[in-house]
Write a protein that binds this ligand. Structure first.
Ligand code: F6P
Length: 389
């Protein structure tokens, strides 16, 4: 008996492509518009039409919410001059997952429905033969589920994932666009805090995003020369950080800069959650304030907290992220042309390759503690909250 052919290698007759759709889901990231621009232009060169779905899949799942239409025809002029813009011209959402759609019953209880078949039907009604789903782990998980549903229900639609997130926590791709922009901004912000920290002899605690991974904190913190960096991968004991600060004080450096990833947690403790959201990932935030208060108590020093938050997601993509977005968008179109489905475009320097969606969404990519970046941080004398530097 032969085993079924894996989804990602199944050939689909791409000679039949006339129209494709693009959706951007999850938190926005600088570089999304570059993907939209490159995919649209590359598709037009092949004679394909392109439509953009508004707000993830909401534009086709709830078209009644869009008086001007839940989809946009992506013409040449619609994508002109957007490559350097932050955000996404299509809009995005991290609510209303169509594979686990929350329905509130009359008694107020919430149940979840899988609306994948309905979504695939709607794509069929729109005459779409291929979908490019640009997103993070959540959106790519949805793309994988849609792909399996399409195969099981004979919906002839190719599904290609494009990885995006400032958090850089997606497996099977060296990097995601948005990350470089976030690190550059965080790094510049931390640089600025040094002079005010030194002038006042204070501890400045900077909280950065990154969800359950410490990529942004580690990269920006080391690049800027922070004195301590706390990340989710290393449960912390603030006594080590306080001791590092006391040692600096004793040597005449009366100020310290501490970078805290929003997902960092003390040994034996929990992450700091701002809000639990029904049907969506919980919102993290607030650990910076806690760390600052505790360090103030432990060292007797004045402390201040800065939360960079969504500033890390806004603004223009760096040249690296722009180029990566353009490369991913064009590679997605080549994948469609080759008849592929169930794959994600991935960066494998110096090239871009295709990996099965299932592998990309299998597990989160955390900061390896033995990576040369971490070893560099340790060699520089940075405290990571688990020992004295
Ligand atoms: O995944 C990107 C990200 O910016 C995380 O770093 C952060 O935890 C989360 O999204 C914030 O989401 P929201 O925009 O819903 O507040």
């Amino acid at each position: 008996m032969t085993s079924p052919e894996p989804l990602h290698s199944r050939a689909i007759d791409s000679g039949k492509i006339e129209r494709i759709a693009i959706s951007t889901g999850g938190g926005d990231a600088p570089g999304l518009n570059a993907v939209i621009r490159a995919a649209t232009r590359a598709a037009h060169r092949r004679g394909w039409e392109v439509i953009g779905i508004r707000d993830g899949f909401n534009g086709i799942m709830a078209p009644e919410e869009y008086p001007a239409g839940g989809t946009i025809t992506l013409t040449e002029s619609a994508v002109r001059g957007i490559g350097h813009l932050g955000g996404t011209i299509l809009g995005t959402t991290n609510r209303g997952n169509p594979t686990r759609f929350p329905i509130t019953d009359s008694n107020g209880s919430v149940r979840y429905e899988d609306r994948s078949v309905e979504l695939l039907d709607r794509l069929g009604d729109l005459g779409v033969q291929a979908l490019i789903s640009v997103g993070g782990d959540g959106s790519l998980g949805i793309a994988h589920h849609l792909c399996e549903t399409a195969a099981n229900t004979n919906h002839a639609v190719q599904i290609i994932g494009v990885p995006k997130t400032i958090d850089n926590d997606l497996d099977k791709t060296t990097s995601t666009f948005g990350f470089d922009t976030a690190v550059s901004f965080a790094s510049e912000s931390i640089d600025r805090l040094f002079t005010t920290a030194e002038s006042h002899g204070r501890i400045m605690v900077v909280e950065v995003m990154g969800r359950y991974a410490g990529w942004i904190a580690v990269s920006a913190g080391i690049a800027s020369g922070a004195h301590a960096i706390l990340i989710p991968e290393i449960p912390y004991d603030l006594e080590w950080v306080a001791q590092t600060i006391r040692t600096r004080d004793a040597s005449g450096a009366k100020y310290s800069v501490v970078v805290v990833a929003e997902g960092a947690a003390p040994i034996g403790g929990e992450m700091t959650v701002l809000e639990h959201v029904e049907g969506a990932a919980k919102r993290l935030g607030g650990v910076g304030e806690k760390v600052a208060a505790a360090l103030g108590q432990l060292t007797g020093k004045e402390t201040r907290t800065v939360v960079l938050g969504h500033l890390l997601r806004g603004g223009s993509p760096t040249a690296f992220d722009r180029l990566l977005g353009l490369r991913f968008g064009a590679a997605a179109i080549r994948a469609i042309e080759e008849g592929r489905t169930g794959i994600m475009v991935a960066l494998a320097p110096p090239t871009v390759e295709y990996v099965p969606l299932i592998e990309a969404t299998h597990r989160q990519k955390l900061v390896p503690l033995d990576s040369d970046t971490m070893l560099t941080g340790r060699d520089l004398g940075i405290c990571f909250g688990d020992q004295l530097p």
